[in-house]
Design a protein around this ligand. Structure first.
Ligand SMILES: NCc1[nH]cc(CCC(=O)O)c1CC(=O)O
Length: 308
């Protein structure tokens, strides 16, 4: 018998759902049984730090460090991640080798006091720990009280039930993967509430040059999602200097054409700069980098200094 393929993942319900989806796709693509895989749960610093915003604790790498160490040490063969949580720079020797077909990239509002953000009473509390969501909420409704909200999706929904806030924003994709779409009271339009780069896309990380793994993953890789992500990640990489600057970016593919829309916004929501750029899908990364240059020029360098 072949050796099992070890799939590394975080232990949250969403991470496990994503690992299981990846396993199911690999089983279907290669006619394999569940026994051909082993799901290895790895706890990360991001899972353990619960008392402060991650942007303060050291940013995105917190959800991936221990998993990447396991990949490099060959304790696992592939790692399944939310693309949104992936830093733009990966450790030497690792790459994002496959993307699953993207789920709906929109943010979803889960409201208690009202179904839509626009209908919340003056001064209502909206929970979020994402700088991007906080800024976009403040831009829509400067009167709202944006409160810190951390923990996994279930924890946040429980806090809502306990009355800690009157509403929260979560990724629609994550709620769908958890079978929780029924809690959604409104979907945020893409053009006024732009998603985070990578939102809704599951990616698979592996060791560069691991041919057997690459061959297996090729069968489940979605080319348009890969192109959209190359663009969004190039946009983020070119702006990433400060992880305190809220950044949104979303690319869609139609035939051979990629359309990108990006945004940078001050944390208080009062100042934002937008960019839209189309081009051949094969130039995805170049389009993302060009869009970053455009929005940087519009904003001016000092834009990034104000809230470091
Ligand atoms: N940082 C947590 C995280 N990372 C990815 C998702 C959602 C799933 C996705 O975007 O694919 C979530 C939860 C959320 O934002 O509601």
């Amino acid at each position: 018998m072949q050796t099992t393929l070890k799939i590394g993942t975080r232990g949250s319900p969403l991470a496990l759902a994503q690992a299981h989806e990846t396993r199911a796709r690999l089983m279907a693509a290669h006619g394999l049984q569940e026994a051909a895989f082993e799901v290895v749960v790895i706890s990360t610093s991001g899972d353990r730090i619960q008392d402060r915003p991650l942007s303060e604790a050291g940013g995105k790498g917190l959800f991936t460090k221990e998993i990447e160490e396991a990949l490099l040490a060959r304790r696992i063969d592939i790692a399944v991640h939310s693309s949104k949580d992936m830093p733009t720079l990966l450790p030497e020797g690792l790459e994002l080798s496959a993307f699953l077909p993207r789920e709906d990239a929109r943010d979803a509002f889960v409201g208690k006091a009202a179904k839509r953000i626009a209908d919340l009473p003056q001064g209502a509390k909206v929970g979020s720990s994402s700088l991007r969501r906080q800024a976009l909420i403040r831009r829509m409704r400067p009167d709202l009280d944006v409160v810190m909200f951390r923990g996994n999706v279930q924890t946040r929904l429980r806090k809502l039930d306990e009355g800690v806030a009157d509403g929260t924003i979560l990724a629609y994709a994550g709620l769908k993967r958890l079978g929780l779409e029924h809690v959604v009271t409104d979907l945020m339009p893409l053009d006024i509430f732009r998603p985070a780069p990578g939102q809704g896309a599951i990616c698979i990380e592996s060791r560069i040059g691991d041919r057997d793994v690459e061959k297996m993953l090729m069968a489940i890789h979605d080319v348009p999602t890969g192109q959209a992500l190359a663009c969004e990640r190039a946009f983020l990489a070119a702006l990433d200097g400060s992880c305190r600057t809220p950044i949104a970016g979303h690319a869609t593919i139609s035939g051979e054409t990629l359309s990108f829309a990006g945004l940078i916004i001050s944390p208080d929501g009062t100042t934002s700069h937008e960019v839209e750029l189309d081009g051949p899908a094969k130039d995805a990364a170049r389009i993302g980098a060009d869009a970053a240059r455009t929005v940087r020029t519009k904003a001016g360098e000092t834009f990034f200094d104000g809230w470091a």
